[in-house]
Design a binder for this molecule. Structure first.
Ligand SMILES: [Zn+2]
Length: 155
C-alpha cells in the first residue's frame, strides 16, 4: 500500500484487527521512509457498483467519496465514529443488495438522507442542503439537454 504522504510503496502493517462488528479489517500502517502513519480498511465487495449521474454518465461507486460527504455533514457533531462507520456500511450493503449494479445518484442521495435523518438531524439538514444544490445543477443540465431535441434527459 502506497504511503499517502510520501508515495513510498513499501509500507508496513503494524496492527490488524476486526472493525465495524467484523465487517471490516482495520490495519494501522507505518511508512519507514517518512515515518507517516495511516489506516486502511479491508472490506468485502459483493459487486462492483456503478453510479449513474443524472446527465447519464456512469462512474465507479466510490465508498470513500460517500464517506467523505457524510463525514463533512457530521463535522463537529457528537456522533460516535463507529456509529457513522456502521451507517456507511449499512448504506453500501443496501446498495449492493438492490439487485442492480447501476444505481442512480439520486437513489444514493435519498438513502444517505434517510440514514442521516435517523442518527442526526443537523447532519441530515447539512447533507440535504448540499444535495439539493446538486439537484438544482442537475435541473440545469436537464434544461440544457431539452434545448437539444435529440438528447433525452435522464429522469
Ligand atoms: Zn511515507
Amino acid at each position: 500500500m502506497r504511503c499517502p504522504f510520501c508515495g513510498n510503496v513499501d509500507t508496513q502493517v503494524k496492527d490488524s484487527r476486526p472493525a465495524e462488528d467484523h465487517v471490516a479489517i482495520r490495519r494501522r500502517r507505518f511508512c519507514p521512509a517518512c515515518g507517516g502513519r495511516f489506516t486502511t480498511y479491508e472490506r468485502v465487495q459483493l459487486r462492483d457498483l456503478m453510479v449513474i449521474k443524472s446527465n447519464g454518465r456512469r462512474e465507479d461507486f466510490d465508498r470513500d467519496k460517500l464517506e467523505r460527504s457524510i463525514r463533512i455533514s457530521l463535522q463537529k457533531r457528537p456522533i460516535d465514529p463507529d456509529r457513522v462507520d456502521q451507517m456507511i456500511s449499512g448504506i453500501v450493503r443496501r446498495l449492493e443488495s438492490m439487485g442492480e449494479t447501476d444505481i442512480p445518484s439520486t437513489t444514493i442521495g435519498e438513502i444517505v438522507m434517510e440514514s442521516l435523518a435517523r442518527i442526526d438531524t443537523v447532519g441530515y439538514v447539512r447533507f440535504a442542503s448540499v444535495y439539493k444544490n446538486f439537484q438544482a445543477a442537475d435541473d440545469f443540465d436537464k434544461f440544457v439537454s431539452e434545448l437539444r431535441p435529440d438528447a433525452s434527459p435522464e429522469k
